[in-house]
Design a protein around this ligand. Structure first.
Ligand SMILES: [Zn+2]
Length: 142
């Protein structure tokens, strides 16, 4: 099966969706997973743009349907996550993408994760082992 060479993308120069041609993959040194970013050239204005293909494949259920679980980071409340990271929640057996980060009024850090099956959920992060608030009751909006 041939790779999709052309995509429709909102060109920053043309200011409208144009047909973009794949011109090169981005290689990130030391990265564990292959980069999702690639260079595309606008077929109208010939400008090249670095496009994150992860943000392109938005299907009916977001772009989560084809998440490879083995490449996910296992969620644990002691860890700190970044927006855009894909995590696996072992208790819920679900994968999701971090879509936002919050800091609650009591200083607890939280992430909003868009899960494949469960939808949007808030999870705490960066919790020290000695500090174990009850979730989700501990997350209060001011
Ligand atoms: Zn263009």
């Amino acid at each position: 099966m041939a790779k999709t060479k052309y995509i429709m993308y909102d060109c920053a120069y043309c200011h409208k969706p144009t047909k973009m041609e794949l011109v090169g993959e981005q290689q990130v040194e030391g990265a564990e997973t292959p980069s999702s970013k690639a260079w595309y050239r606008c077929t109208r204005c010939k400008h090249s743009t670095l496009i994150n293909r992860q943000t392109l494949t938005k299907g009916k259920n977001g772009d989560l349907a084809n998440i490879d679980r083995s490449s996910c980071i296992r969620y644990s409340k002691e860890q700190v996550f970044k927006v855009g990271q894909v995590i696996y929640h072992s208790e819920w057996d679900d994968v999701g993408r971090v879509i936002a980060k919050q800091k609650t009024s009591d200083g607890t850090q939280a992430i909003t994760v868009s899960f494949e099956k469960l939808g949007e959920r808030r999870l705490i992060e960066n919790v020290q082992a000695s500090f174990e608030p009850e979730f989700p009751q501990s997350i209060s909006t001011p």
